[in-house]
Design a protein around this ligand. Structure first.
Ligand code: PEP
Length: 241
């Protein structure tokens, strides 16, 4: 099971001290198989990866520019620069960035660049509330997968994160039947071996044991609750133990 922490725009150097509890937890629970990935803001990738050097916890970024080369792109960072400072993963296609104008085509270019850099990609897809209400969920997921992964043959570095937009940060999670349907639809879009599929959206210690029972969920992408080591550890414990 994967537990991916999306810290969003949260944290400074002092915040890293909070992670001691999670490091201790991961070291003392070796008999359970799980993977923790922290995706902090770019400013913390280097110090965090240094701190996690002797642990199994890995570090990822939350986005990258689509160009693999250096260039005149003020304020941007590309995938190889992220790799260079210790990132092993990158979250791409997050709805908070799609809402800022990221298109499926742009996400596709970012994924290709991240693959070239040797990063693993946590590729976020999910429908808005309006799309769900108008029964367009499958259509949206199909489009996001097809366009986002267009002409990418080797999908071994891709992890899908199904994140219904209306569930992110709202405390509301999909009904069991709807989630089973969405995950199996995603799975059906892959002819051969399908990538790992995470669920993201308001995961907490109270709903984790319910969510873990959904077939074919390989872990969670966790936003708000990942900022608290206690809440994050509680989610892992509820899921794996
Ligand atoms: C997210 O933003 O990826 C997310 C899952 O957020 P939250 O857990 O806060 O809903």
């Amino acid at each position: 099971m994967y537990f991916v922490a999306n810290w969003k725009m949260f944290g400074d150097l002092r915040t890293l001290n909070l992670l001691d509890k999670v490091i201790k937890f991961s070291k003392t629970n070796k008999k359970h198989k799980f993977k923790i990935v922290y995706c902090p803001p770019n400013t913390l990738i280097r110090p965090l990866s240094r701190r996690l050097k002797k642990t199994k916890i890995e570090v990822g970024a939350q986005n990258c520019h689509h160009s693999y080369e250096y260039g005149a792109h003020t304020g941007q960072v590309n995938s190889s620069m992220l790799k260079n400072v210790g990132a092993k993963y990158v979250i791409l296609g997050h709805s908070e960035n799609r809402q800022l104008g990221e298109t499926d085509n742009l996400i596709n270019l970012k994924i290709k660049s991240a693959i070239k850099s040797g990063l693993k990609i946590i590729f976020c897809i999910g429908e808005t509330l309006k799309e769900r209400r108008t029964k367009k969920t499958n259509q949206v997921l199909k489009r996001q997968i097809e366009k986002g992964l267009k002409s990418i043959k080797n999908k071994s570095k891709i992890i899908i994160a199904y994140e219904p937009v209306w569930s992110i940060g709202t405390g509301v999670i999909p009904k069991e039947a709807a989630l089973i349907q969405a995950i199996s639809f995603i799975k059906s879009r892959f002819v051969k071996k399908y990538p790992k599929i995470l669920y993201g959206g308001s995961v907490n210690a109270n709903n984790a044991d319910k969510l873990k029972k959904i077939p074919n969920i390989d872990g969670f992408l966790i936003g708000g609750a990942s900022q608290s080591p206690k809440k994050f550890i509680d989610i892992i414990q509820k899921t794996i133990i």
